[in-house]
Design a protein around this ligand. Structure first.
Ligand code: ZN
Length: 439
């Protein structure tokens, strides 16, 4: 399979983007860096906004959701908004508030399951932690600081086959209370109330142990992303679901041809998709409606004008899709097998687990045709429950027509996911077309 140098470089950029983003808070920081390198300025929700045509801005809510936009030459009432939505979070393990438990002279870190990870894939990996820590500042207030321990620190060792003889017949089943705590260190036998762990965090943050008050800490895999296959046509990393969609959308927004135009272009990347999106900063919260309305009001538009803008807007809800894995034929709908490196997938579900319908499908297909990329259609097996994403929530909340699409990938919610190098390029080209041409 021929992979040209530009396509390969784009895939390598994606791998670096993910490697720099071990938690949703870091993902937002990585996105911010890309935006600021392209002259985007931050707007605070607590300040008054005034916007001109062609303004480049971004808004962050609670550190792990971000909306970036370029205002169009025309008011949104005339053109509607063009929006690409994706999510910054990935399923996995989060560290509990009183994390250290001692057992058999070992210190372990207690974890809570976040969303729906494939737990068995977390065994025998070189794990570490990243996220946000609350720190008292000594003058009656507090601040938050990001932490990223970029070395193997924690481990979930498998049970040897000699103690789990049926593992290859029954699979690895992990009791989420008793069998998920991660090995941290040998214990000196004293009950130190988790001080060693706090000391470790404090050293990393260059602060006092006693000043740490709280945290949001995710477990991540320190192994870097790679290209693989005879022609490096595949890629593997953690968090492809859904940082690959964020990276494609951001690349599209920052492309030269998409940075100017009549329509206001928006990228909305939300935390908390993996746990249902209902939160301060999730897709089922007020973040996107608030920001879209304020973009309109800040250009001296009325509330009615804002509502009129929504009526002509369009959302591409981008989240990854299930590629056909030929070892598991019975898991797939035989006539809707989507293949890695065969193009973006339009996800269709009559029960509206996905928003795609004949009008929005057609619009996305036209984008693919115009961008010169192939596309595929996916329908889940009828006898399996179908997943969902931010598309239905966002579309319902705003009254915006939407299509659900994504790149085909293997092993969704494994700590090591895998996808196609060509598909990432194809998706980026379709999204760039969406942002750069008036339709
Ligand atoms: Zn997803």
């Amino acid at each position: 399979m021929k992979i040209d140098s530009g396509t390969r470089a784009h895939a390598e950029n994606l791998l670096r983007f993910i490697d720099a983003s071990p938690s949703p808070w870091h993902a937002v920081e990585t996105v911010k860096r890309g935006l600021e390198e392209n002259s985007f300025c931050e707007l605070k929700e607590s300040n008054a906004w005034s916007l001109e045509p062609g303004s480049r801005h971004y808004v962050v809510r609670d550190g792990s959701s971000i909306i970036a936009f370029v205002t169009g030459d025309q008011a949104p009432t005339k053109t509607g908004y063009k929006i690409i939505g994706a999510h910054t979070d990935s399923p996995g393990l989060r560290i509990k508030p009183n994390p250290v438990t001692r057992s058999g002279k070992m210190n372990r870190i207690g974890v809570e399951v976040y969303g729906g990870p494939i737990l068995a894939t977390f065994t025998d990996r070189d794990l570490s932690l990243a996220g946000r820590v609350g720190i008292m500042d000594g003058s009656g207030g507090f601040r938050t600081q990001l932490v990223h321990i970029d070395k193997p620190l924690l481990r979930l060792p498998n049970l040897a086959i000699h103690m789990n003889r049926k593992v290859n017949e029954k699979g690895l089943l992990l009791h989420i209370q008793n069998e998920l705590p991660l090995i941290l260190s040998n214990s000196n036998g004293e009950d130190n109330d988790g001080k060693d762990f706090l000391n470790l965090l404090a050293r990393q943050l260059d602060t006092e142990t006693d000043s740490i008050t709280a945290w949001d800490l995710a477990i991540f895999d320190t192994q870097r992303g790679v290209l693989y296959g005879p022609d490096d046509e595949f890629l593997a990393n953690s968090q492809l679901d859904n940082l690959a969609s964020c990276h494609a959308a951001l690349t599209a927004l920052l492309s030269e041809e998409a940075l100017k135009g009549e329509t206001t272009r928006v990228c909305a990347f939300f935390d908390h998709e993996e746990i249902g999106s209902e939160s301060l900063k999730g897709a089922d919260g007020s973040f996107l409606p608030d920001v879209l309305e304020r973009i309109s009001l800040a250009q001296n538009q009325t509330r009615e004008a804002y509502k009129r803008a929504l009526a002509t807007s369009f959302l591409i809800s981008a989240d990854m899709a299930h590629a056909y894995q030929p070892n598991f034929t019975s898991a797939y709908e035989p006539d809707h097998r989507v293949r890695v490196n065969h193009g973006p997938v339009i996800k269709i579900n009559a029960n509206q687990r996905y928003t795609s319908e004949s009008i929005s499908d057609s619009r996305f297909i036209q984008l693919c045709l115009d961008a010169g990329v192939p596309w595929q259609k996916y329908s889940h097996r009828s006898n399996l429950p179908c997943g969902s994403t931010i598309g239905p929530i966002t579309s319902a909340k705003l009254g915006i027509r939407s299509v659900d699409v994504g790149c085909p990938m293997w092993a969704m919610h494994s700590i090591r996911e895998s996808a196609g190098v060509l598909d990432h390029e194809y998706m980026t080209r379709a999204m760039t077309r969406f942002f750069s041409h008036e339709t």
